[in-house]
Write a protein that binds this ligand. Structure first.
Ligand code: C2E
Ligand code: CA
Ligand code: CA
Ligand code: CA
Length: 279
């Protein structure tokens, strides 16, 4: 084929248009996805390292698109955030998880803490705490069985407003975890006032444990710092026995990762708890 600048430009142009079109289409589809009940939640077990026992789960959002099949949140959460749709979807996740957790307790399953991810866009809303309170009341789930995962970014802002919300949640009995810990620009000083219960060590550190570098040192520093501050520590993304071994040696409290289980449907999670399969 003959090469010309003009052609390159056209191809580039068409490519951009295609991508823009796809984004717009995706936004429109996301808009109706909630109404069409296309979202669902998967649960990834949280395992107590010392007892080798499941003690809870993290709830993770999935979208079953009629056109594209099941899609992971990395591909659509940013779009939900840009459009503000995350507020409604996030509240749906919260309600769905609290409802399911209460149902499990009513069926006699051991009581568990289930974690829900909260977008900064959601957390910044003035009525966020009221919405959480409302959902707990509506679903009759005790606050101590709900953990909210917020990112270091929210934590770092450390404004009077954010702190007030965290204290209100904490006073209600809701647990707070700092997600992806170690990837932000955290300063230790905020933990003085910060009402959190646990640190979730980002999986990037865990996965590079066996490579050369500082990841081992970082992990053991986070764990001992967490413990000195009276916080629980969770290692995310544990995939191998070697990683687990190191995490254990360091005294980490909980682990989450493919080594134990991928995120699974509520039905499978219930079976796992009842019949102890896979662990
Ligand atoms: P996250 O909160 O850090 O969640 C952990 C991610 O790591 C999940 O990806 C999980 O499937 C994956 N993971 C768990 N164990 C392993 C492992 O051993 N190896 C590897 N390679 N990955 C592992 P997922 O479900 O695709 O979620 C991606 C991100 O999307 C989450 O990261 C979270 O930031 C966001 N997200 C998920 N659900 C929600 C939600 O309901 N609301 C909000 N606002 N964000 C959510
Ligand atoms: Ca999380
Ligand atoms: Ca995380
Ligand atoms: Ca993450």
């Amino acid at each position: 084929a003959k090469y010309s600048e003009g052609n390159t430009y056209k191809i580039y142009h068409r490519d951009m248009r295609e991508r823009l079109k796809e984004r717009v289409n995706l936004s429109i589809m996301l808009h109706i996805a909630l109404e069409n009940k296309e979202y669902f939640i998967v649960y990834q077990p949280l395992v107590d390292v010392r007892k080798n026992q499941i003690i809870g789960a993290e709830a993770l959002l999935r979208w079953n698109s009629p056109h594209k099949g099941v899609i992971s949140p990395g591909a659509f959460i940013p779009l939900l955030e840009e459009s503000g749709l995350i507020v409604g979807v996030g509240e749906w996740v919260l309600r769905e998880v609290c409802r399911q957790n209460k149902l499990w307790q009513d069926e006699g399953l051991m009581p568990m803490v289930i974690s829900v991810n909260v977008s900064p866009i959601q957390f910044e809303r003035e009525d966020f705490v009221d919405r959480v309170k409302e959902v707990l009341k509506e679903t009759k789930l005790k606050a101590k069985y709900l953990q909210l995962e917020i990112t270091e970014g929210i934590a770092m802002q450390n404004t009077a407003d954010q702190l007030k919300k965290l204290h209100e949640l904490r006073n209600m009995g809701v647990k707070i975890a700092i997600d992806d810990f170690g990837t932000g620009y955290s300063s230790l000083s905020y933990f003085k006032e910060f009402p959190v219960s646990s640190l979730k060590i980002d999986q990037s550190f865990v996965q590079d444990i066996l490579k050369e570098g500082n990841d081992k040192a970082i992990i053991s520093a986070i764990i001992s710092m967490g413990h000195n501050l009276g916080l629980l520590t969770t290692a995310e993304g544990v995939e191998t026995e070697e990683q687990l071994e190191f995490i254990k040696e360091q005294g980490c409290d909980n682990v989450q990762g493919y080594l134990f289980s991928k995120p699974i449907t509520s039905e499978d999670f219930e079976k796992l708890i009842k019949y102890g399969k896979a662990i």
